[in-house]
Write a protein that binds this ligand. Sequence first.
Ligand SMILES: CC(C)(COP(=O)(O)OP(=O)(O)OC[C@H]1O[C@@H](n2cnc3c(N)ncnc32)[C@H](O)[C@@H]1OP(=O)(O)O)[C@@H](O)C(=O)NCCC(=O)NCCS
Length: 181
Amino acid sequence: MSLAEKVKIVEAQREDILGIASVLNDTLGQDFKYGIASFEENVKYCFSRSLEHKHEKIYVAKDDEDVVGFAWFMNHPPNNGTAILEMFAVRKDKQRLGIGSRLITEASDMFIEDQRRLGVNLRTLHLTTNYSNEGAQTIYTRAGYIIAGEIKCFVGDGNVEVVMVKKVSNEACPAEYKTKI
Ligand SMILES: CC(C)(COP(=O)(O)OP(=O)(O)OC[C@H]1O[C@@H](n2cnc3c(N)ncnc32)[C@H](O)[C@@H]1OP(=O)(O)O)[C@@H](O)C(=O)NCCC(=O)NCCS
C-alpha cells in the first residue's frame, strides 16, 4: 500500500498542533512570522482558537501519529454560503506522493458535510493561490475547483493570486448576489 493510501485523513485535535507547526515550518511558515510573538506562539494561538470554532475545521493527514499535511477551512456565518480554504500544505519530505491530492479531496467533502450537520448548506468553497504555484492549481483542479479569476497585488506589488472556486450546491445564486453586467 502506498503512503498516500495509508495515511488517515482526520479532524485535527489539540495534540496535532505541534505536527501542523512542523508542516508549516518548511512550507508556509512565513505566514506565521509576524508581530512580537514567536512562530510557535502564533501557530499555537491560531490553531487552538480555530479548534474551538464550530465553523472552522482543520483536517490532518496522519501517517500513524505523524502529521504529514493539513487543510484548514473557515466558514464564518452570517454569510452567503461561501467558505474558504484558508491554508493547505504537505510536509516537504512527503510531497509528490499523492498525499495532497487525497487530503484536499477528502477534507473538502468532510468540511461540506460537517457544516451541513450544523444546518449550513454551503454554496461554494473558494481559495487563492499564487499564480506561479502550478502544483497546487493542478491538485485543486482535480478536486473540483475551477479558476474563477485573479487578484493582482493581493500580497503586494509583484504578487498575483489565482482565485479558485468549487461549486458545492446546485442552488441558484440568490437574486441579491447576482451581478449586473
Ligand atoms: C501543493 C502541495 C500541498 C501538494 O502536495 P503533494 O502531496 O506534493 O501533492 P501530490 O503528490 O498529491 O501531487 C499531485 C500532482 O500535482 C502536481 N504537483 C504537485 N506538486 C507539484 C509541484 N511542486 N510542481 C509541479 N506539479 C506538482 C503533479 O501533477 C502531481 O502529480 P505527480 O507527482 O504524479 O507528477 C505541496 O506541494 C505543498 O505543501 N506546497 C507548499 C504549500 C503550498 O503551496 N500550499 C498551497 C498553497 S495555497
